[in-house]
Write a protein that binds this ligand. Structure first.
Ligand code: NAP
Length: 245
C-alpha cells in the first residue's frame, strides 16, 4: 500500500543542519519529494547528493527575504507541479538576559523565527488554496509554552509562531489545508551555537546534555504528514524524557 507521504512535495527551510536536514533524510526515505532551502548552499549540495535528489531540488534561501522564500516555493512548484507541505523550520536561539541589550540579536530572532515563518506561509498559501489541499508545519518550541530568564525574546518568537499557526488553522478551513505546530524540547542540533552570551551558553550546554537526536523531530513530522487527508495533527509538544521544565 502506498503511504500518504509518498510523492508529496515537501519544502523545508533550514534544511542545511539539525532538525531540517534530518527531516529531509526521513521524508526522502519515505518517498517524499523534498525541496531544500537554507543559506549555506554547500551544505544543501552535500545533503542533496547524499539523498540523490533532483539537482534542482534545492535553493539558496534567506527566509528573511520574502522574494527568496517565494523563489524556493516557486522552484518546488515548477519542478514537481505542486507543493503539498511547507515545513517552516529555519530559526535561531541567541538567548540572553534583556539587560545585556543584544538588540541586534532580538531583531534577528524576530526576522528569522517570526517573519521567516510568515513569508513561508505567504509563499505557499495561494498555491495551496488553488490546489484545495496542503499542510503548513511551523516549528515552535517548549519555549513557545514556557518562558524563563534569558529566553524572553526567543520564547516571544515561539509564542508568536503558535499564535500565528492557530489563527492560520482557523482561517484555512475552506481550502482543506492542514496546519501543524511542532514544539520540541532539547534536541541535539547546532542551535545552541547561536548563543553569544557566555553565561547563558554554559547553562544551555548543561541542559543540552540531555538532548535527544534530531530523528525524534523527524518522526513527529513524518507522523503528522502521514495521516489521512481528513486528519489534521494540530500540535505535538515533546521533550527528552529526562527534561523537567
Ligand atoms: N534543537 C532544539 O532543541 C530545538 C528546540 C525547539 C525548537 N527548535 C527549533 O527548531 C528549528 C531548527 O533548529 P535546529 O535545532 O535544527 O538548529 P540548527 O541546527 O542551528 O539549524 C537551524 C537552521 O536554520 C537555518 N537558518 C538560520 N537562519 C536562517 C535564515 N536567515 N534563512 C534561512 N535559513 C536560516 C540554518 O541554515 P543556514 O545557516 O544555512 O541558513 C539551519 O539550517 C528552529 O526554528 C529552532 O528554534 C529547536
Amino acid at each position: 500500500m502506498m503511504s500518504v507521504i509518498e510523492n508529496k512535495v515537501v519544502v523545508i527551510t533550514g534544511a542545511s543542519s539539525g532538525l531540517g536536514a534530518e527531516t529531509a533524510r526521513h521524508l526522502a526515505k519515505a518517498g517524499a519529494r523534498v525541496v531544500l532551502g537554507a543559506r549555506r548552499i554547500e551544505r544543501l549540495e552535500s545533503l542533496s547528493s547524499e539523498l540523490r535528489l533532483h539537482p534542482e531540488a534545492m535553493q539558496k534561501t534567506d527566509v528573511t527575504d520574502r522574494a527568496q522564500m517565494q523563489a524556493l516555493v516557486d522552484r518546488a512548484v515548477n519542478l514537481y507541479g505542486r507543493v503539498d507541505v511547507m515545513l517552516n523550520n529555519a530559526g535561531l536561539m541567541p538567548s540572553s538576559m534583556l539587560d545585556k541589550l543584544k538588540v541586534d540579536e532580538w531583531d534577528r530572532m524576530i526576522d528569522v523565527n517570526i517573519k521567516g515563518v510568515l513569508y513561508g506561509i505567504a509563499a505557499v498559501l495561494p498555491y495551496m488554496q488553488k490546489q484545495m489541499s496542503g499542510q503548513i508545519i511551523n516549528v515552535s518550541s517548549v519555549a513557545g509554552h514556557k518562558v524563563g530568564p534569558g529566553g524572553a525574546v526567543y520564547a516571544g518568537t515561539k509564542w508568536a509562531v503558535r499564535a500565528i499557526s492557530e489563527g492560520l488553522r482557523q482561517e484555512v478551513k475552506p481550502w482543506n489545508i492542514r496546519t501543524t505546530i511542532v514544539s520540541p524540547g532539547a534536541v541535539a542540533t547546532e542551535l545552541i551555537n547561536t548563543i553569544t552570551d557566555s553565561d547563558i551558553a554554559a547553562g544551555m550546554a548543561k541542559t543540552y546534555e540531555k538532548a535527544i537526536p534530531a530523528s525524534s523531530f523527524a518522526r513527529v513530522v513524518e507522523f503528522a504528514i502521514n495521516q489521512p487527508d481528513d486528519v489534521d495533527i494540530n500540535e505535538v509538544l515533546f521533550r527528552p524524557t529526562t527534561q523537567a521544565y
